[in-house]
Design a protein around this ligand. Structure first.
Ligand code: ASP
Ligand code: MG
Length: 411
């Protein structure tokens, strides 16, 4: 008999019919003899609706009250799902975050889980009940309701699985697993049977949106086996695990991630002296702007060019700060570009294979795509290119690294 934590996202509980479908699914597992804890999100669109309501009162609603409000979305779905389970003969009981006692810090709207009291849940499981827990919410030391940040129900699911030492945490969603890349961009993208936490983390932080990054971090840290599955289709989904595949057949690259969220800034003709990077990036960081990729050129005539990328939302802010720095340093000019995209190949296979980066560059060269910046880590290579070539680049790389699904008959 296994203990399974199952998390259902907003679209999976988006209507009464769907909630009843979820109940039927949970019943199947329980009929198998498994102990089940279910974590649910709010019905799709509900959290946004609540936030909009609050914004009609105030552009910047008081953080504590906003959490009191948005946490109601999940409170509705736990009750509905518990009712649906009871209706089909499955003993069930709902719990809010504070009833479980999912203890968090007091950082409203982005709280971190500090501790989970598993006693209540254990007691209910022993009594033969399915426990339905509200995702996304917790309670702080003083009893204030907190929320974990958008998409936070994934984190609740994983954290509960860790606290209960569950055999698996299953994340049910509207896709049937993690793909080699976004199937909307590459029709031949394939579902992965397995991916490592490390790879998933890279994929998530590089723009793949299947799982909340914090949930993956948490799962990796506590070695919680995590599986992404489709809510209403049968299938094995994608297992996210610790162990790296030994097989020689395993492709070197697991996936290709991309995003259009960044912008590039260059400060030209800065004096090549010690402390330059700090003088430039210090004020940028003080302005609360996060920097992603950085390139500094080799100096000639005692000056150099310094380029970095930031989130597009921070572009104007960063540009202003940089203009100020340029004036102070007597740099030549500041140039910016928002029409860029970042494309990354990810795979633990890179550790044991040489020449992966050059294969990437070759594939891009063949399509005449100019690379503006490059950064690498042990298991990924990222490039910045002109945004309009993004889809072409992703497709070319998907083919070059042999990730394309075999062509269907009659295709
Ligand atoms: N309902 C919350 C949100 O929409 C949490 C979640 O769905 O995971 O962000
Ligand atoms: Mg979600």
């Amino acid at each position: 008999m296994a203990l399974i934590v199952q998390k259902f996202g907003g679209t999976s509980v988006g209507s009464v019919e769907r909630i009843e479908q979820v109940a039927a699914k949970v019943k199947k597992f329980r009929d198998n003899g498994d102990d089940i804890v279910v974590v649910v999100s709010a019905m799709s669109g509900e959290t946004n609706r609540l936030i909009d309501l609050a914004k009609q009162i105030s552009e910047q609603p008081v953080a504590r009250e906003l959490d009191v409000m948005v946490s109601t979305g999940e409170q509705v779905t736990i009750a509905l799902l518990a009712m649906a389970l009871i209706k089909i003969g499955v003993p069930a009981v709902s719990y809010t975050g504070s009833q479980v006692r999912i203890l968090t810090d007091s950082a409203h709207s982005k709280a971190r889980i500090l501790q989970i009291d598993s006693q209540n849940i254990q007691k209910e499981l022993k009594a033969g009940r399915v426990v339905v827990v509200a995702g996304f919410q917790g309670v702080d030391e003083s009893g204030n309701i907190t929320t974990l940040g958008r998409g936070g129900s994934d984190t609740t699911g994983v954290a509960l699985a860790a606290a209960l030492k569950a055999d698996e945490c299953q994340i049910y969603t509207d896709v049937d697993g993690v793909y080699t890349t976004d199937p909307r961009v590459v029709a031949k993208a394939q579902r992965l049977n397995k991916i490592t936490f490390e790879e998933m983390l890279e994929m998530a932080s590089l723009g793949s949106k299947v799982l909340q990054i914090r949930a993956v971090e948490f799962a990796g840290k506590y070695s919680v086996p995590l599986r992404v599955l489709h809510s209403f289709q049968e299938g094995p989904g994608t297992l996210i695990t610790l162990d790296e595949e030994e097989s020689m057949e395993q492709p070197i690259i697991s996936g290709i991630a991309f995003n259009r969220d960044e912008a590039k800034l260059t400060i030209r003709g800065v004096p090549d002296t010690p402390g330059i990077a700090f003088k430039i990036l210090g004020p940028i960081s003080s302005a609360n702007v996060e920097v992603d990729m950085i390139v500094q050129n080799v100096a000639h005539d005692n000056t150099t060019d310094f380029t970095f990328t930031v989130h597009r939302n921070d572009y104007h802010n960063a540009q202003q700060v940089l203009e100020g720095i340029a004036r102070d340093m007597g740099a030549r000019e500041v140039i910016g570009d928002v029409d860029i995209a970042k494309v990354s190949i990810v795979g633990v296979g890179m550790r044991s294979h040489a020449g992966v980066a050059s294969r990437m560059f070759e594939a891009l060269a063949k399509e005449n795509i100019n690379i503006q910046m490059i950064s690498t880590s042990e298991i990924k290579v990222s490039v910045v290119i002109e945004e309009k070539y993004l889809e072409l680049a992703v497709r070319a790389l998907h083919t070059a690294f042999e990730l394309d699904a075999p062509t269907a008959k009659g295709d």
